[in-house]
Write a protein that binds this ligand. Structure first.
Ligand SMILES: [Zn+2]
Length: 394
């Protein structure tokens, strides 16, 4: 790789060389995690392998944080408590697809970063914390951990990830899955249908009312619903019907308003049909609080490494991630490393790319970018101050 050398200090070059020297070890770990895919909250092997490597580097590892077996906190305390710079790691796979979101690369990339930082600054002026977060693909590990205060002591954090481009500053949606169950009264569907109260009819009229209200949605509003229970037999009026909705908007406040409106629609429809309703809201994934000085710093380090910087698409086209909840607690962002824009996440092709050259390259680039970001923050306290101030103002 052709590094634009004038942006690199000697210590940056030392860090880059340290990652390159560990390339085989990091790739071996990434491929091993890929070959042993574990679903959310069951990532015992990945957590053991990642935390063993961190312990070997001198980190004090605590497992089972926030009451989650496969969550961990690994701390390397240098000459002081502050600054406390965080790396956020994921390691869960997808059902049926394995590591089709590149989470196998995240722990190894982070290990590469911290090993490089410690090679440059064996007694760092501060603390480095690696937080292992389970179940990104649906379980909301970081939502639970953020509520438990796990990220509170960090001055900032980054998550080394793989994506369609080298990019950061991606805006994501505030999102929540909500379950609805409508209860009516069963009756013989042919002999005495008039004696029943049809829960499925109530549910379907709720879907129709919701769809007719979409004209008044703003561009960031996303609602997708599926029927998860539409009755047991055609011989009976359905006494119970259930649906599940993903309700998303650009911000937490508007998400709450939209959710209230939708639940109001289904409550009214249940009432019209003489039925009752129960709602079961899931975890709230909050929107990313994008921190401009942090974005500038990350992009600066992409360029210093000779990596082309891609621009994220803004305007709510990105889905939701539990990293958003971390960004609401402490200045944070995902650092996306190019895996190739021609493959889409959650596909067989993406799983293949994650364990071959594109994944290996993204892993090593991630390790280097992460090291350069943190080294800059350790030698330039003003940069961190600027990030912290932007966070308080935003
Ligand atoms: Zn994913």
């Amino acid at each position: 790789m052709n590094h634009s050398t004038k942006q690199l200090l000697d210590e940056d070059r030392t860090a880059i060389a340290a990652v390159d020297r560990r390339a085989d070890e990091l790739i071996e770990l990434s491929d091993r995690i890929h070959s042993n895919p574990e679903l959310g909250f069951e990532e015992h092997k990945a957590v053991r392998w990642i935390s063993e490597k961190l312990a070997a580097l001198g980190f004090r590892v605590e497992r089972g944080v926030a009451g989650l077996d496969t969550a961990f906190r690994a701390v390397f305390r240098g000459s002081g408590d502050r600054p406390n710079l965080g790396f956020v790691v994921e390691y869960d796979a997808l059902p049926g697809l394995g590591h089709a979101c590149g989470h196998n690369t995240k722990g190894p990339a982070t290990i590469g970063s911290v090993a490089a930082i410690l090679e440059v600054l064996p007694s760092i002026p501060g603390t480095i914390t690696v937080i292992g977060t389970p179940a990104e693909e649906g379980g909301g590990g970081k939502v639970i951990m953020a509520e438990a205060g796990v990220f509170g002591g960090l001055d900032m954090s980054i998550a080394l990830s793989v994506g369609p481009k080298n990019m950061t500053g991606l805006e994501t949606l505030a999102s929540r899955e909500v379950g609805i169950t409508i209860r009516g009264l069963a009756a013989h569907a042919h002999a005495q249908p008039h004696k029943g109260r049809n829960a499925l009819s109530a549910l379907i009229s709720g879907f129709n009312q919701l769809n007719s209200l979409r004209q008044q949605f703003t561009a960031d509003m996303r609602v997708n619903g599926i029927i998860t229970n539409g009755g047991e037999t055609v011989g009976a009026i359905p006494a119970e019907a259930s649906a599940s909705f993903m309700i998303s908007t650009a911000a937490t406040e508007s998400q709450a308003q939209l959710q209230e409106m939708i639940l109001g629609v289904f409550t009214a429809c249940a009432e019209v049909h003489g039925c009752s309703i129960d709602t079961n809201p899931g975890l709230l994934y909050r929107e990313m609080k994008v921190n401009r000085p942090l974005v500038t710093l990350i992009e600066e380090k992409f360029r210093a490494l000779g990596l082309e910087v891609g621009k994220p698409s803004f305007g709510g086209g990105t889905g939701a991630t539990d990293m958003g909840n971390v960004s609401q607690v402490t200045p944070s962002d995902s650092v996306w490393l190019d895996l190739g824009s021609e493959v889409m996440p959650h596909t067989v092709e993406y799983a293949e790319a994650s364990r071959t050259e594109p994944g290996h390259r993204a892993l090593l680039n991630g390790a280097k970018t992460g090291a350069l970001i943190m080294l800059e923050l350790l030698r330039s306290p003003d940069r961190l101050k600027e990030i912290r101030e932007a966070f308080s103002q935003g």
